[in-house]
Design a protein around this ligand. Structure first.
Ligand code: NAD
Length: 520
């Protein structure tokens, strides 16, 4: 059962929010402005990763329920599209205030279902809220170009909504990732289908209720719960014009191919292996604290977690100190005072972390800090693993695979150039960082590293949402990034209009012109 600390918050969440359950009941769907229980015969358990207590059951939405949700989103589209931009902007202003007001409730739901610490869960909400804040500026950002291109002739651009769009989310950021798309998709005039991760549906249900309170009309946002079957229904439904996906490589490749083959626009953010280069001229204290925080925060379950540190030259001597810092981190339930990292999402995830961490022993690497046997005294049944630090090289499983847990891989390098080469040979390209006090070194790193989101003395360089998410290489499929200007482009179709308004008495050509204009 839940810990006493969690129980009070769980009751509070369930009592306040219509679509959620935290006591073994049912997560509802949100369709046509109603929270409704699915008639599905197939239900999936939502489990507290700290205790294995059953929090909720999530339906695999039935085909007819799914059809009704899409029909509803489609029916809501014409009126929403006709709602003035200022009207849609007002909804964003209200949503912004409501998300801030109810941040703690959303964070409570995240801690219960996902396991991260309460402070970190609030960050999860905040980073989504910031996308809403950028969407509030839509009246400036959607302003388009206009130009007189010839005598009496003007061209202007319009960005028009696509229609019904969909968003498919992972478990690791239950609030942020839904909020990567809801504001940008709806403020531009689309209606949408959101499919939360079946492991963490609560935050999405609360956000849906807040969208309703913010004045979003019925049908503009619909939340359908489920797993693979619901995802495939999204990929196959011809009424859905675009899919935004965030999650693993396997699911992402499947959705990208199936969605694009069905003629949809698809953006997919996938797995990662984010490296940092630790230079011997770095500020040691700052760098080691930054690396420990970025490697082990959220139990390593961030797509921008630092999972590899390349220690260059004499910086290799600092690794024992990094180990000491990692040892100081408190691993416990997310509501516990002073807890630095919580459990990983499932027993299977824990097993995978333990196996990949241990794999270095038979592959010629070394375990420098071993968190595999950690048992949390307060939560003996939870999916806890302690921080681990392993030394490995490319070609070993612990280096090659995304561990998605609190295991940091140390790779040794002789020079900056060798470090850059290692990063560039890695198949992923979400993010990368360097710790140095030398501007020329930083510049060389910036220019030559192929990953898409770089940090110079910044360990988790996720750009704020006025910029776009810019992961690249194997960490993405599709060409247009999330939020920022890219988000606007993803959720709109560019149209250009060229007009000729010439007064009647002006000389008009007497003969049809068949040549391309030469603009002379
Ligand atoms: P996941 O792929 O298991 O699940 C993501 C979504 O896909 C869920 O909604 C799930 O229902 C669906 N899904 C899962 N398997 C499927 C299948 N076989 N067919 C169709 N749909 C399927 O991912 P996860 O474990 O929830 O999330 C962790 C992964 O997400 C990590 O790899 C992490 O790096 C990645 N991630 C990437 C970013 C980024 O921006 N690059 C951000 C967050 C998470």
């Amino acid at each position: 059962s839940l810990s006493p600390l969690a129980l009070a918050r769980a009751k509070d969440v369930e009592a306040k929010w219509r679509g959620t359950s935290t006591s073994g009941g049912y997560t509802l769907n949100y369709v046509d402005g109603q929270f409704v229980k699915s008639n599905s015969a197939k239900w999936l358990d939502v489990i507290d990763p700290s205790t294995q207590a059953l929090l909720s059951r999530v339906p695999e939405t039935t085909p007819s329920e799914f059809d009704a949700a899409v029909a509803n989103a489609q029916a809501a589209f014409p009126a929403w599209r006709e709602t003035s931009l200022l009207g849609r902007q007002q909804v964003m202003f209200k949503l912004q205030a409501l998300l801030r007001e109810h941040m703690d409730d959303i964070a409570n739901s995240i801690v219960l279902e996902q396991g991260k610490t309460f402070a970190d869960a609030k960050g999860d909400v905040l980073r989504g809220l910031q996308v809403v804040e950028v969407a509030c500026g839509i009246t400036s950002t959607l302003m388009e170009d206009r130009m007189e291109v010839s005598k009496d002739m003007d061209t202007h651009a319009r960005k028009e909504p696509l229609g019904v769009v969909a968003s498919i989310c992972p478990f690791n950021f239950p609030a942020m990732i839904g909020l990567w798309t809801i504001p940008m998709a709806t403020v531009t005039g689309n209606t949408m289908i959101l499919k939360p991760s079946e492991r963490v549906p609560g935050a999405s249900m609360i956000i849906a209720e807040l969208c309703e309170r913010a004045g979003m009309p019925k049908g503009v946002l619909n939340v359908v719960n489920g797993a693979v079957d619901t995802v495939n229904a999204i990929c196959d439904d011809p009424r859905i014009k675009a899919i935004s996906f965030v999650g693993s490589d396997r699911a992402g490749a499947h959705i990208y191919h199936r969605g694009t083959q069905n003629g949809k626009r698809v953006q997919a953010n996938l797995g990662a292996k984010n490296h940092c280069i630790l230079m011997p001229d770095a500020n040691k204290n700052f760098a080691l604290n930054s690396i420990a925080g970025a490697a082990f925060g959220a139990a390593g379950q961030r797509c921008m977690a630092l999972s590899v540190v390349i220690a260059v030259g004499e910086a290799q001597q600092w690794i024992p100190e990094l180990v000491e810092r990692a040892k100081q981190l408190k691993v416990s339930g997310g509501f516990e005072e002073g807890s630095d990292l919580g459990p990983v999402i499932s027993p299977q995830a824990r097993k995978r972390v333990i196996e990949l961490t241990g794999s270095v022993e038979s592959e010629g690497g070394q375990i420098l800090l071993d968190g595999r046997d950690y048992v949390c005294p307060e939560y003996p049944n939870g999916n806890f693993v302690g921080p681990s630090i392993v030394e490995a090289t490319p070609g070993m499983q612990a280096y090659d695979q995304e561990i998605f847990g609190p295991t940091l891989v140390v790779v040794k390098a002789d020079s900056l150039e060798q470090g850059i080469e290692i990063i560039n040979k890695n198949r992923y390209g979400n993010g990368s960082a360097i710790f140095t006090t030398n501007g020329a070194t930083a510049r060389k790193f910036e220019k030559n590293v192929g990953a898409g989101q770089l940090g110079i003395n910044v360990p988790v360089p996720v750009p704020l949402p006025m910029f776009a998410w810019s992961g690249n290489k194997g960490s993405v499929m599709g060409d247009i990034g999330f939020y920022g200007k890219s988000g606007l482009n993803f959720f709109t179709q560019l149209k250009t209009v060229t007009t000729l308004w010439r007064s009647q008495d002006a000389a008009l050509s007497e003969k049809a012109s068949v040549n391309m204009p030469t603009m002379s």
